[in-house]
Design a protein. Structure first.
Ligand code: ADE
Ligand code: ZN
Length: 350
């Protein structure tokens, strides 16, 4: 492992912004900024229950996960046509590239759209075309992860998988999101087993608001390769050991945790504890349009609030590449660029 040189605290924010990174936990519907919601509503002849962008933004005051999800699903209802999905994803990828994201694995919630009569191919083709164009126009690599909504039934998840089957070459894996408590991973054991047979990579939200038991079953029943959030793992020492030993990555989202009151304050966030216990934590934005910041805002704000160091910064960026579903050749190139950025920083060269 690269020996991270000492870097003073005042130079850390610039380094965090400049360092290359992967984003592994971003819900594309959560990147829909109020301005784009209004523009798409107008383009599609829809009337929103808010008079202005400002009025919509002022409704973003959440008390827990469910209070956010209610407004997030309402915002996504302006997406009707392939071009709408394209515009949303292309806007996110442009923003991510400015934060020096080299690779993004993008979640999408097809049931939010198919339940409103939008075809699966409309959703996937729009998002996929944006990923393809971003590669050539921005040099950013991007793949798609289809998420099943856990508040809906197993039957609905199977139906969703069937609709996606002709388009599986356009996605890298599947995930599990939405309301966690009361919807344990076991509910989707058979769907995930089928996805595994189909060669899809597997991830799941677990331990965001839900108990450590949900993380155990995501690992042992669903057989996922990464845990999205996972911050409740600190309440179970045996689980911490398992996650560290198996290098199971956690895709942590500090500003989301702050806004949804998973922690009383950003200063109380346990990211440092997870890293110091040897877990492969990463930093991500979750739903940046709703939680007040993209990936670099998540890095700079959690570092400022919890006094993490350059060594933690390197580890987080390294983990993000290592835990991605990209090939080994890409990972080595990105990790080399990461090392170079740290060396340049020591030489005061950027
Ligand atoms: N869907 C979008 N953001 C989510 C989150 N933070 N947790 C669960 N489901 C989500
Ligand atoms: Zn999430």
């Amino acid at each position: 492992m690269f020996k991270v040189p000492p870097i003073s605290a005042d130079r850390l924010p610039a380094l965090l912004r400049a360092m290359p990174k992967a984003e592994l936990h971003i819900h594309i519907e959560g990147s829909l900024e109020p301005e784009l919601i209004f523009a798409l509503a107008e383009r599609n002849g829809l009337t929103l229950p808010y008079a202005s962008v400002e009025e919509l933004r002022s409704a973003y005051a959440f008390t827990n996960l469910q209070s956010f999800l209610d407004i997030y699903y309402a915002g996504a209802s302006v997406l009707l046509h392939e071009q709408d999905f394209y515009d949303m994803a292309r806007a996110y990828l442009g923003r991510a590239a400015r934060d020096n994201v080299l690779h993004a694995e993008i979640f999408f919630d097809p049931q939010t759209h198919t339940e409103r009569g939008v075809a699966m191919e409309t959703v996937i083709n729009g998002l996929h075309r944006a990923c393809r164009d971003a590669r050539t126009e921005l040099g950013i690599s991007a793949t798609l992860i289809l998420c099943f909504l856990r508040h809906l039934s197993e039957e609905s998840a199977f139906e969703t998988l069937e609709q996606a089957q002709p388009l599986l070459d356009k996605i890298v894996g599947v995930g599990l999101d939405s309301s966690e408590v009361g919807h344990p991973p076991e509910k989707f054991a058979r769907v995930f087993a089928r996805c595994r047979e189909l060669g899809l990579r597997l991830v799941a939200h677990a331990g965001e608001e839900g108990p450590p038991a949900y993380i155990w079953s995501a690992l042992d029943v669903l057989k996922v390769e990464r845990i999205d959030h996972g911050v409740q793992a600190v309440h179970d020492a045996a689980l911490m050991q398992r996650l560290a030993q198996d290098r199971v990555a956690l895709t942590v989202c500090p500003l989301s945790n702050q806004k949804l009151r998973v922690f009383p304050d950003l200063a109380d966030h346990n990211l440092g504890k997870l890293l110091d216990a040897g877990l492969a934590a990463t930093v991500n934005s979750d739903d940046p349009a709703y939680f007040g910041g993209y990936i670099n805002d998540n890095f700079t704000q959690v570092f400022a609030a919890t006094h993490l160091t350059a060594r933690h910064a390197y580890q987080l960026a390294f983990n993000s590449f290592e835990a991605s579903f990209a090939g080994n050749a890409d990972k080595r190139v990105w990790e080399h660029k990461l090392k170079e950025t740290f060396e340049r920083c020591v030489e005061h060269d950027y």
